[in-house]
Design a protein around this ligand. Structure first.
Ligand SMILES: [Zn+2]
Length: 387
């Protein structure tokens, strides 16, 4: 294998694989396996059900509990329709910035994690370093569950998880969770002059959407919990951003479809909101079916991601603060795979190079200065693993 001795060289290689979420990441995974193998590090794949993608995990150092996991995703968002001034799949330096799809979100951190694994393999580290690389993060952070659960069963239990989403190397300790539903309301068509004998899917949808409005008012009126207080806004919100339905102004609508999302604060779970929402939909369906039996609400789960709860003075936060010197309080408004580790018992923080404002943009870049900050972070992490 060629020499990949710096994070930048590794990053250039990772960017060259067009690992858009809907496409294969296997060539990247294969390259990572070869890279790790050249340092004597064995890694394992976990194949996706369709067989076109894989997670990868690995460990170096003693086979003991109490290690550190560096976690990243290998997938990136598409470049279709975006006006790039460089080739998105070729890492290109310009004015102190490294341009390329995924340079910031989050192959920059992936490169640092691989670099850290390689260096750790030659050092007398006293705690293991583990690597977790996933697929399908950009399409819901769900696939990673398989990776987390497999690592729990196959490797000694790590003490801290660092998920390297772009935070400008700040220590981010919390994010809201998310839950989404595709809703299909089935009505019964009659001429609108005969309204009581029909079921308007639109007017029934309005009832469920107004239930969401009422929850928003209620949530906003409550004093925020300690876990919710750092967020803007410091409460759970429900939102409908798309709706369609109906055929004519004088026909009760046969169909109405909308998507509803819940962004809930730590301390609340997807299941809490799912059961409230599903109960309300069932209540409305029962009312509709009194008028016509073939009506009601069909719900299909779109996504469900737990919130990441700040663990004040938890092991991951303590370690990340020591490595970065950042003692600020930071929470973010985007979801990450971190919460999937945390709900399975791992102490977890988010900390990685780059600015989230760059993520998913045309001409996405990672500042060289951020990559250097990441490298300094790796140095201190390795020192700490040797201590
Ligand atoms: Zn990301």
């Amino acid at each position: 294998m060629e020499n990949f001795s710096t994070p930048r060289e590794i990053l250039a290689k990772l960017v060259s694989f067009p690992t858009v979420s809907c496409d294969t990441n296997l060539p990247l995974v294969e390259w990572v396996e070869t890279y790790l193998d050249s340092y004597g590090i064995r890694s394992q794949r976990i194949m996706s059900p369709c067989g076109t993608k894989a997670h990868l995990y690995a460990q170096t150092g003693p086979d003991d509990d109490g290690g550190v996991i560096l976690s990243g995703h290998t997938d990136v968002v598409p470049v279709d329709g975006q006006a790039w001034t460089t080739d998105p799949w070729t890492l290109t330096e310009r004015d102190g910035k490294l341009y390329g799809r995924g340079s910031c979100d989050m192959k920059g951190f992936d490169a640092l994690a691989l670099f850290a694994m390689a260096r750790a393999s030659a050092l007398p580290i006293k705690r293991p370093l583990q690597l977790a690389l996933s697929f399908d993060e950009e399409v819901g952070c769900v696939a990673v569950v398989d990776l987390v659960e497999t690592m729990l069963g196959a490797l000694p239990r790590a003490r801290e998880v660092i998920v390297g989403e772009p935070t400008m190397m700040k220590v981010v300790t919390g994010h809201k969770g998310g839950l989404g539903y595709h809703v299909h309301v089935r009505g019964h068509e009659v001429h609108s002059s005969l309204l009581p004998y029909g079921v308007s899917a639109i007017m029934q949808a309005a009832k469920l959407i107004d239930w969401a409005n009422q929850r928003n008012v209620e949530n906003a009126a409550q004093a925020p919990s300690e876990l919710a207080a750092p967020f803007v806004p410091p409460f759970t919100t429900l939102h409908v951003g798309e709706i369609e339905g109906g055929t004519a102004h004088n026909i009760t609508a046969k169909d109405c479809r909308f998507f509803i999302e819940f962004r809930f604060v730590p301390g609340e779970s997807p299941e809490d909101w799912a059961s409230l929402f599903e109960a309300k939909a069932a209540e409305l369906s029962a009312e509709m079916q009194k008028i016509h039996p073939d009506t009601g609400f069909d719900l299909k789960r779109g996504f469900a991601l737990p919130a990441l709860a700040p663990e004040t003075d938890g092991p991951a936060e303590t370690l990340a603060r020591r490595l970065t010197g950042d003692n600020g309080q930071h929470v973010v408004s985007y979801g990450t795979e971190g919460s999937q580790f945390q709900v399975r018992g791992y102490s977890t923080v988010i900390c990685g190079p780059g600015d989230i404002a760059q993520a998913h943009q045309p001409d996405e870049f990672l500042a060289l200065e951020q990559l250097a900050a990441g490298e300094a972070f790796v140095d201190r992490l390795l020192d700490s693993l040797c201590a």
